[in-house]
Design a protein around this ligand. Sequence first.
Ligand SMILES: [Zn+2]
Length: 78
Amino acid sequence: MIGPPVRQVATIERRATGFNVLCDRCVQDGSGEGWIGATFSGRLDLDLECGIFLCRNGHAVRVQRVRATAGPASIVAA
Ligand SMILES: [Zn+2]
């Protein structure tokens, strides 16, 4: 099964579960009737790294968690 093409990637905080995303395509083509109409919200469970969500007009947006910031604690030995 092939879904709509994903053209937008939004990132959320590592520990976020709910999110609000402004759909770029709705903004560009005006189908969202302004920024409020182009915004949609969703939920990504903590055990999921990413997911594909549809805005209110059916545009696919990939939502993924930001990668852990590189630091001494996050260096993984091979
Ligand atoms: Zn949209």
